[in-house]
Design a protein around this ligand. Structure first.
Ligand SMILES: NC(=O)c1ccc[n+]([C@@H]2O[C@H](COP(=O)([O-])OP(=O)(O)OC[C@H]3O[C@@H](n4cnc5c(N)ncnc54)[C@H](OP(=O)(O)O)[C@@H]3O)[C@@H](O)[C@H]2O)c1
Length: 291
């Protein structure tokens, strides 16, 4: 299948390029376009790119992921995270190509849903979205616009993403430990960490499937940011003084959802690959960063 990847220079984009290159080794089977070569907010440019390359599938890894930046500039957030996927969806529909686009746990409000026993459960693909910040609203709008524009779509919701080639929580923790020797990390937000290599493999699988829809794709298990930091330092053997703190101590412009756990029941029952546990993905990511 001939695939066009947008946002190919981001942390997920780079790992997607490698993952697709392994399964699509033919010359011209893979076209990877970075932001400087295609701005997805430019509808004409998006249509021209899809017309020129004639992909059978487009995988969109482009997004404006600066959550506090989005809060300060809702129009830019909407243009990149909602209109960009819409232009891609419309271009795909025109050419009969399928679209995979990546979304987020931030479409949910963060108040944990509960199961029959009253215990918190992960968000399913079928829970109503209720974003609490601009970034989440822009991504939820992007999902809706894609759904209404191209039937052949996969919307991949993921969470707490970290890869070897990007700025993320894991690389930030390692840098802060080096620079300061002590780190305070919030312990009142819980989520499902996901390494980009595992996510890229899951996206390759979906791109080849015609069971279209919305899919949760994160590692199983969950932890707080504080627990994730502890695992980063434990697995990398870094000595650091780690203390928990509440989110309120950070006083950030955009509120963050407290419960960002995504449930894999639908994806796995439908036969998609079981993703590796987040600690396993983290261990491989740390090894890659060290190597
Ligand atoms: N990071 C997370 O924790 C997380 C969690 C849940 C879901 N997600 C989703 O996962 C996907 C990948 O995220 P990521 O972590 O790989 O983000 P990332 O590293 O910030 O990559 C995003 C890429 O999109 C590019 N981009 C921004 N605006 C663009 C535009 N108008 N046109 C074309 N490209 C543009 C960026 O280029 P520049 O840097 O040059 O602007 C960057 O290369 C996104 O859909 C994101 O919403 C991420």
């Amino acid at each position: 299948m001939k695939v066009l990847i947008t946002g190919a220079g981001g942390q997920l984009g780079r790992d997607l390029v490698e993952a697709f290159a392994e399964v699509a080794p033919g010359v011209g089977d893979l076209v990877a376009i970075e932001h400087r070569d295609l701005d997805i907010t430019d509808e004409d440019a998006v249509r021209s790119a899809v017309d020129a390359y004639r992909p059978e599938g487009v995988v969109n890894a482009a997004a404006w992921t600066d959550v506090d930046g989005c809060e300060a500039d809702p129009t830019r957030a909407h243009r990149v995270n909602a209109l960009g996927p819409w232009w891609l969806a419309r271009a795909c529909a025109r050419r009969g190509a399928r679209l995979v686009t990546v979304s987020t746990d931030y479409v949910f409000c963060g108040v944990a849903p509960v199961d029959g026993a009253g215990q918190p459960r992960g968000w399913s693909e079928f829970d109503p979205v209720e974003p609490i910040n601009v970034y989440g609203r822009s991504k939820a709008a992007g999902e809706q616009l894609v759904r209404q524009s191209v039937a052949a779509h996969h919307i991949v919701r993921t969470a707490w993403v970290a890869g070897a080639r990007g700025r993320n929580f894991v690389t930030t923790m390692l840098r802060l430990a080096r620079e300061r020797g002590e780190v305070a990390v919030v312990d009142d937000q819980v989520g499902s960490p996901t390494c980009t290599r595992d996510l890229a493999a899951a996206i390759v699988e979906l791109a080849g499937s015609d069971r279209y829809g919305t899919w949760n794709r994160t590692g199983p298990g969950h932890c707080s940011w504080y627990e994730l930091a502890g695992a980063v330092f434990e697995l990398s053997g870094v000595e650091v003084e780690l203390t928990p703190q509440p989110s309120s101590a950070l006083d950030r412009p955009a509120p963050r959802p407290a419960w960002s756990v995504l449930d894999a029941t639908h994806a796995e029952a439908a036969g998609l690959m079981a993703m590796p546990h987040w600690r396993d993905g983290l261990a491989r990511l740390l090894a890659e960063l060290e190597g």
